[in-house]
Design a protein around this ligand. Sequence first.
Ligand code: PGA
Length: 249
Amino acid sequence: MRLIVLNWKMYPDSLKGARHLFKETVKVLKTVRGVRTVVCPPAPYLHELAGRYRGKAVSFGAQGVHGELRGAHTGEISVLMLKDARVRFVIVGHSERRAIGETDEMVAGKVGTAVRAGVTPIICIGEQVRSDSGEHFVFIKNQLLQATSLLAKEELKKVVIAYEPIWAIGKSAQDALTPALMHEMSIYIRKVLAEKFGREFIENVPILYGGSVEPKNSGALMHGGDISGFLIGHTSLDPQALKEVLHSL
Ligand code: PGA
């Protein structure tokens, strides 16, 4: 089963637009099999879309969550609210959130809270730049170990890892990671997790790739990247391009 996460980011501008995009997305999803899809709309649309939807083609995800279950945290959303809205997934540690202050420590707290509440965190990791000396591997290892620092090994069954190199986000297919480099990173991510938690649950942790996934590169990445699926940003706003991506898997 492939896992595809659609990150709408701060789009579209209205509930009407969100309803339309959702309807078109569901139409596209009905044309493919063997794909589990998680739609992550902006928070104001989440309750409405998830509350009305009765089909099986999609699950819902939030784009963020607070690390505590409740409290005086202006502007924040709790995992209990997400559960109440029938939301099953949440993106944590996205580079666009890290850029405005989400630290590794906060990511760890959010991951722990989400897992224990029964909402699956999609843990984003990714380096800013790549260097020939391989420093990005050290960076990824640190991010991964920090993000999972509050988890027990059985809890690994309840997380998704999304490798999103920052330099590849929001560009186009030719700027994205190559399948061979994704393959290498998938092996590395499993190795880091296995060293820490043992091998038992590692094979079941879905590893996704994110960063300029488009119809031009999706097939090659899926087949050569040793991944379970994708975290898709801008292409998720274009149902026709999304359809081509899904049919390339
Ligand atoms: P992109 O975004 O597909 O537009 O590069 C991916 C992401 O940031 O999650």
